[in-house]
Design a protein around this ligand. Structure first.
Ligand code: ZN
Length: 166
């Protein structure tokens, strides 16, 4: 009888860095000023062994996909598109950002990442990266995966983890 253990494969933080600007809104009327982090991501995928290759998923491919997802938001201002409180409007080559209806910033469009999330917390970034990774893995024809776990750290020792069971 075959052993019944399970496998997890990980690609960790030192390889997956993105340096981005953001601000988050809090409950009530509090809102941070614009600032930046050297974010670091770490991903674990779980699943059945590919019986031809004896791996869960090719590391080279996983690293390439994750590097691309990090590059998409690297060196940009991260802005939430589904916030109740932050208004993001594209106007030609510029993006105007308001908070609670008060204009606050104008950025060049090319320096912004407009993200389908309600707040640019590490929790929401982790969930967004998980969903983007899942779509990329599906497009690559990955099969037998059972879970994706994504950690995004914004400062040393300060991170959020999202786990998606497939
Ligand atoms: Zn921050």
């Amino acid at each position: 009888m075959a052993p019944r253990g399970e496998f997890r494969v990980s690609v960790t933080k030192d390889y997956l860095v993105f340096a981005s600007a953001h601000f988050i809104t809090f409950a009530g009327h509090r809102c941070e000023g614009l600032h930046g982090h050297n974010y670091r991501a770490s991903v674990t995928i779980e699943g059945a062994l590919n019986e031809q290759a004896w791996f869960v998923f090719d590391f080279v491919e996983l690293k390439r996909i994750m590097r691309r997802l990090c590059d998409e938001i690297d060196h940009l201002v991260l802005l939430p598109l589904t916030s109740d409180r932050v208004q993001v409007a594209e106007d030609g080559d510029t993006v105007t950002v308001g908070v609670d209806g008060t204009p606050r910033y104008v950025f060049p469009r090319k320096d912004c990442a407009l993200l389908p999330i309600p707040n640019t917390t590490v929790e929401m970034l982790a969930r967004m990266l998980t969903e983007r990774l899942q779509a990329a893995l599906t497009a690559e024809g990955a099969s037998g995966l059972t879970a994706i776990e994504m950690e995004v750290e914004e400062n040393f020792g300060q991170s959020a983890t999202y786990r998606l069971t497939l």
